[in-house]
Ligand binder design. Structure first.
Ligand code: FUB
Length: 378
């Protein structure tokens, strides 16, 4: 199944936007006008609104530092490459950080925090990043393709959470695939979760080295355990893996690994870890079935028992999320294609996340329903 929008009614609007401007990513007013002219869904149909309209953003990794909310998204741009199953149309070249004093308040869009031209080993496709803080240093973790076309994960540092960040000369040793998410446990130990199938190349890294001729999608074995994300402890300086990455098992309620053919539940990409009432919540995207799903466990290494969906499909091929606590409430950051109607040009959003008394997460519908009418924000 091609990585293209599952709701394509906005494509005409986006075409109008991109045809008319040299820098479509920076033309919010044009975007809004084009959507309205094309008869796109009204803004009131969406559960929440884009955090920024001046650029296109996706894959929001949110953190609360010094009382402020920082969001590290991908910076989507409109490139020439046609859409394909490998996500070749995600041609991002830099990162910009968002800052908010409060959720629902004004959003500050930072300048370029890191550009692919300033990363010696990277060639293209600066995909979903994450960030971490240790002491007075901020770490930006990012996947990018190296000169051989293999995804690796790099790290860059700054004394300012908004950047600019300075990249390490080499990717993290032993890193591969995409979508790093760095979680720091209560004892101060940090772990990186990562991986993604199809264009994320996890299936091309199963034998300890990148195989450029490996499968384009997954293992191709529907009745065998699905490819699983990876986790590795970080070294004290946060710049390297302290161990060989381990497989993160996602299991059903019988303790059996989810199977490759179980596309509604198996891992695709977009790892995130958070802790709630002492439990570890590993969440992820199911990719071609378009859900955000999660499992819970008792250790940062898992196994994680599948518990359900966090979010139903958004407008666009996929979403990618993060979950943080702020001001005594829990928040889901995610993305859709409200502004453009094009998979490659996304916009990040935030909405409140609710737990049931038994610790399960209430599934969110990204569109306004009768039940959520009048509650939509920010
Ligand atoms: O944004 C590029 C890629 O698309 C990300 O790395 C994936 O998680 C998906 O959102």
């Amino acid at each position: 199944m091609m990585r293209k929008s599952i709701l394509t009614f906005g494509a005409v609007a986006a075409a109008a936007l991109t045809a008319g401007c040299q820098q479509p990513a920076d033309t919010s007013a044009n975007a809004t006008n084009a959507q309205q002219a094309a008869g796109k869904r009204p803004a009131s149909d969406y559960l929440s609104q884009p955090l920024v309209k001046d650029i296109f953003t996706a894959d929001p990794s949110a953190h609360v530092w010094n009382g402020k909310i920082y969001v590290y998204p991908s910076h989507d741009i409109d490139g020439p490459t046609p859409e394909d199953d490998l996500g070749s149309h995600f041609e991002m070249r830099d990162y910009r950080v968002l800052r908010m004093d409060r959720i629902g308040g004004p959003v500050t869009l930072g300048p370029v925090a890191l550009d692919v031209d300033d990363v010696p080993w990277a060639e293209k496709q600066m995909w979903a990043p994450d960030a971490a803080k240790k002491g007075d240093t901020y770490y930006l973790y990012f996947p990018a393709k190296d000169k051989e076309g293999a995804f690796r994960i790099g790290v860059a540092t700054s004394k300012d959470p908004m950047g600019p960040f300075k990249a390490q000369p080499q990717p993290i040793k032993g890193s591969y695939s995409i979508d790093p998410a760095v979680f720091t446990d209560d004892d101060g130990q940090s772990y990186m979760y990562f991986g993604g199938i199809w264009g994320g190349q996890l299936q091309r890294n199963v034998n300890g080295a990148y195989d450029p001729n490996g499968s384009k999608t997954d293992l191709g074995q529907d009745d065998k355990p699905a490819l699983a994300p990876r986790v590795a402890k970080m070294t004290g300086d946060m710049l390297e893996f302290a161990e060989t990455p381990r497989v993160v098992q996602i299991v059903d309620d019988q303790g059996k690994p989810l199977l490759g053919g179980d596309h509604d539940r198996r891992f695709f990409e977009a790892s995130w870890m958070h802790k709630y009432k002492g439990k570890y919540y590993f969440s992820y995207s199911t990719g071609d079935t378009h859900y955000l799903a999660y499992g819970t466990g008792d250790s940062p290494y898992g196994p994680f028992t599948y518990k359900g969906r966090i979010m139903e499909p958004v407008e666009g091929w996929t979403t990618h999320h993060s979950i943080v606590e702020w001001n005594g409430k829990w928040w889901l950051f995610y993305a859709d294609t409200q502004l453009s109607g094009q998979t490659r040009l996304r916009n990040v959003k935030v909405t409140e996340l609710h737990y049931n008394p038994d610790g399960t997460i209430q599934t969110i519908n990204p569109f306004v329903t009768e039940a959520t009418q009048g509650t939509a924000k920010p």
